[in-house]
Design a protein around this ligand. Sequence first.
Ligand SMILES: Nc1ncnc2c1ncn2[C@@H]1O[C@H](COP(=O)(O)OP(=O)(O)OP(=O)(O)O)[C@@H](O)[C@H]1O
Length: 339
Amino acid sequence: MTSTTDLAVTVRGLRKSYGGRAVVDGLDLDVPAGQVVGLIGANGAGKTTTVECLQGLRRPDAGEMRVLGLDPRRDAARLRRLVGSQLQSSALPDRLRVREAVALFAEAGSRDPATGSARRGDDLLAQFGLAERRRSPFAGLSGGEQQRLFLVLALLNRPRLVILDELTQGLDPAARREVWSAVAQLRDEGTTVLLVTHELAEAEALCDHVVAMRSGRVLDAGSPAELVARHAARATTAFTLPGAADALAAVRALPGVRTATAQGDLVTVEGDRRSIAHVGAWLVARGPDAVPADLRVDVPDLESALLTLLDAPEHDPGPAGATSAVGDPATSSLIGATS
Ligand SMILES: Nc1ncnc2c1ncn2[C@@H]1O[C@H](COP(=O)(O)OP(=O)(O)OP(=O)(O)O)[C@@H](O)[C@H]1O
């Protein structure tokens, strides 16, 4: 179990209302040091409000927060030096050159005292593939380059925690992959990252843990694989098999298979993930001529898990607290107590 000293962020009972409407409603959250934790959920779930409270940008109505051991309400200025936050595109003037942005954001401590150059900045620009763009104005960068520059600026002063909100929104697939690999690099270097994202493939690729939110509350939390196993365990296998109807009884008897149906020669099998391997092995065992050329497998992913979670009826968490919907006690260390 994670001890509190291993936690970069702890939140208990966070509440924030706008005009009498609770948008964060008794949220508990732990972010273990050195991990990438993702906040996912529906629009308006309160994800951005939560991370803004953690950065001292918004004042919650109630609750306890600790970010790197500090209270964002009282220590916002100290935290700004320890937390790297992603800027919004509008934060940089179009004409500001990359090297000027780096110089502007570098604290004295990140400069090399011998040469006076922002060596850390140069290293990061090289690391994130922007060394050749040092003279480019911000507006001349591609979307992916702009986001990578935000990462460089967020990392410039060696933050212990990086908070990223919709980092890859609006990027094309190639640029998104570039930014993902930059975040994966951070994770490999042991930086703690709190990531707000709508991109569930992104959460699946990058996050050690994800916290699914709706209406300001935690619905469930765990590793992406745990959430998939709990909420989207079904896999579908489909293939063409001559004489399909006669084979259905054998397919239904395979381990992990829940249902098997045939439409003409097209067989559709539903089951848990094990069923995929068993169906494949059964087909191969029938001989090389029986192996279908059109085998298609739909494996459940985090998106299916989140859709199931968001589809579940809302219920009042009652006095037990907002995280009472959490399913598996094994993952509750990430969510914390519900008192
Ligand atoms: N300053 C504000 N005044 C009034 N309502 C606000 C304010 N800021 C946010 N809200 C509302 O609070 C709710 C939660 O917003 P928030 O941005 O935290 O959610 P989110 O989960 O990040 O949403 P999204 O995924 O759409 O970005 C939304 O309904 C939003 O309209």
